[in-house]
Design a protein around this ligand. Structure first.
Ligand SMILES: [Zn+2]
Length: 282
């Protein structure tokens, strides 16, 4: 596989050849940054953990340059931060027993540039080689530009691939904006209560972010707990930890379906539910 950037890398935690590792993939996560997958795609990691017939492969599109830094990392240069963040992502891939982790090493600006087709080209190669059943990426209502750009590149790559290389499902998941606001029948609900220790480890290894001033570890575990408790107002909690997603599969199959209009549908249904309740009770 010829990836565009010379600093791109495919890391295989168990040391298997890359083609073997990728062909073991059943669940693929594509994220903008190091640590996003452990926050949003933990369902896929958990589904594959310890299973001989399933494999999770992660893809990180950006190089980690420009990350916030403080404390131990306060004086690190951009180049040093890129090294640290790649190392942390490899730790997560090892702990989570990923089949492989692909570092594409793009700048955020390259990902956000709609005229840059290199990211799409790399994604097409990875998806064609791994043929996952499920892909997790960012949700289209996320508030981080690089996250939303990542999802748009994933959709474009899938549309350009033949049908037999496409997964059965494409999900957009939570990082920068949760999905609690979605109407319940628009939510894809992932139960991730198993192996809580693993979940905590995976969000905890990103020390440069957590000790650098952002408690993503506590916030992520807290969000999952809150999702589980606040999903339904009647009855007892059926899970202690949930991740919410949106089903983006229709965007993969229908070239004419506009991503903005598609996410607007979720927003419109939410608005209707809120105003409908107020009208009913007034
Ligand atoms: Zn991110």
């Amino acid at each position: 596989m010829e990836l565009h950037n010379s600093a791109a890398e495919i890391y295989v935690p168990d040391g298997s050849p890359v083609n073997v590792a990728l062909s073991r993939t059943t669940h693929l996560g594509v994220s903008a940054h190091q640590d996003d997958l452990e926050i949003m795609a933990y369902h896929g990691i958990l589904e594959c953990f310890g299973k001989s017939d399933k494999g999770f492969t992660g893809v990180t599109i950006t190089n980690g340059s420009g990350s916030p830094r403080d404390g131990l990392y306060g004086n690190y240069t951009d180049e040093e931060m890129q090294v640290v963040r790649r190392k942390e992502q490899k730790k997560a891939a090892y702990v989570g027993e990923y089949a492989a982790h692909v570092f594409l090493h793009y700048s955020s600006n390259a990902v956000k540039d709609p005229g840059n087709f290199d990211v799409v080209g790399d994604l097409k190669q990875i998806i064609a080689a791994s043929k996952p059943q499920v892909i997790y990426t960012h949700n289209l209502a996320d508030k981080h530009d690089t996250h939303v750009a990542t999802t748009l590149r994933v959709i474009r790559a899938l549309r350009e691939l033949p049908g037999d290389s496409r997964p059965q499902r494409l999900y957009g998941c939570e990082v920068w904006r949760n999905l609690d606001w979605l109407n319940d029948n628009d939510k894809v609900v992932f139960n991730v209560e198993a192996h809580e220790n693993l979940a905590m480890s995976l969000v905890g290894v990103f020390d440069s972010q957590v000790s650098g001033g952002k408690r993503y570890d506590l916030a992520t575990m807290g969000r999952r707990r809150a999702n589980a408790t606040y999903l339904a107002s009647h009855g007892v909690d059926e899970s202690t930890s949930l991740i919410f997603g949106t089903d983006l599969t229709p965007l993969m199959h229908d070239d004419k379906l506009d991503a903005g209009e598609y996410v607007q549908g979720f927003i419109d249904r939410f608005a209707k539910e809120v105003s409908g309740r107020i009208a009913k009770l007034s």
